[in-house]
Ligand binder design. Structure first.
Ligand code: KG4
Ligand code: ZN
Length: 338
């Protein structure tokens, strides 16, 4: 079964062709970072317009790369939500129109389901059940995953998402958009012993997160200092250490509470090198295993949407609806597959 995957939920246009026999045949991504950089964050209307400009050239590109004919596609998967409504509508409109033209089923995919299934594209995919830590710009979730669509949320952020906290703190430290990777890079030069910020909500039971206080702690410290690059790096380091430590503590708890040994980490913050290293240590200490998508599939991409689409379309779940998107969409409301 050959599936076309389309991702346009935010500031990346991602297209992919996934074949259930041969695996990933082609994928292409256009990032809008340069477009939004001068505004310090994503401007939704500019995002929608850029998806419109880029999606068809990228689409032609993946068919050439894979050397397959558009008519051999058996189904189309596009991100239906959560995300920016205008951006989502671009992918949904193209996806549904192509499916209608090709007379094949189409399926609107939950963006976070795409993220949590992304490690399935690797050569050593995890078996169910597992715990998934989903940390992106819009979400921080700990989910017990017993199968496709069998999701139980065991922890989530009560305020900012982890990526959002990285981005906002980076902006306040004067780093360019997108702040997360820039802050992480700067933190590598910081002194880990100089400042210590709280590990929010670790002093009470449960797996929920809160990151907005950490951002405030970082800013209050930074404002009292000379704005030197050394001071900036030290604050960045203390911030990153606090976020990573907190995520590791909550993952340990989630594994203990569920009795599971496999941990999947996905979403943009899953690209953070310190987080990856510490979670690998956590897995080693408990005799378990941690699974990541390759770095380029931690952040938004079309391949994860094509994969999720294949699993649902193969189970006969293609919808025959109008062009619809769901900008706010709880992950645990999806139907199971089997
Ligand atoms: O999953 P993603 O590409 O888009 C959303 O669905 O939100 O995640 C983007 C988020 C941004 O907040 C970005 O700053 C963060 O992931 N991010 C990182 C790193 N790389 C990306 N945060 C910390 N360290 C990184 N290396
Ligand atoms: Zn994402």
């Amino acid at each position: 079964m050959l599936i076309l995957g389309i991702e346009t939920s935010c500031d990346e246009t991602g297209l992919a062709l996934y074949d259930s026999e041969r695996g990933l045949l082609a994928h292409a991504l256009h990032s809008q970072i340069a477009l939004h950089a001068e505004y310090g964050g994503v401007v939704p209307e500019l995002a929608s317009r850029d998806h419109v400009r880029k999606i068809l050239p990228l689409l032609r590109g993946i068919f050439q790369q894979a050397n397959v004919k558009p008519r051999s596609v058996d189904g189309v998967a596009y991100t239906r939500g959560p995300g920016l409504i205008g951006a989502l509508l671009v992918g949904a409109t193209i996806g549904r129109s192509l499916a209608w033209t090709w007379k094949v089923p189409a399926m609107g995919i939950h963006h976070m389901e795409g993220h949590l299934l992304a490690p399935m594209l690797e050569s050593d995919p995890p078996d169910f059940p597992f715990v998934a830590l989903l940390v992106s710009g819009g979400h921080s979730l700990l989910v017990r995953v017993d199968g496709i669509g069998r999701y139980q949320i065991i922890g989530e952020s009560v305020d900012d998402a982890a990526g959002e906290a990285f981005d906002k703190t980076a902006k306040l430290l004067g780093l360019p958009y997108p702040g997360g990777p820039a802050l992480a890079k700067l933190a590598e030069q910081g002194d880990p012993g100089r400042f210590r910020f709280p590990r929010p909500m670790t002093d009470r039971p449960g797996c929920d997160f809160s990151f907005s206080g950490l951002k405030t702690a970082a800013i209050n410290t930074w404002r009292k200092l000379e704005p030197t690059s050394e001071n900036r790096a030290d604050v960045a380091r203390a911030f990153e250490d606090a976020v990573v430590d907190t995520l590791v503590i909550k993952c340990r708890r989630a594994l203990q509470a569920t009795g599971l040994q496999r941990l999947v980490v996905a979403g943009g913050v899953g690209a953070n090198r310190q987080l990856r290293e510490q979670l690998r240590n956590l897995a080693a200490e408990s005799g378990g295993a941690v699974y990541y998508p390759r770095l380029e599939f931690c952040t938004d991409n079309g391949a994860m949407i094509a994969y999720a689409g294949w699993r649902r379309l193969a189970a006969g779940q293609g919808e025959n609806t109008a062009i619809e998107v769901t900008p706010r969409w709880p992950l645990d409301s999806l139907p199971p597959v089997d």
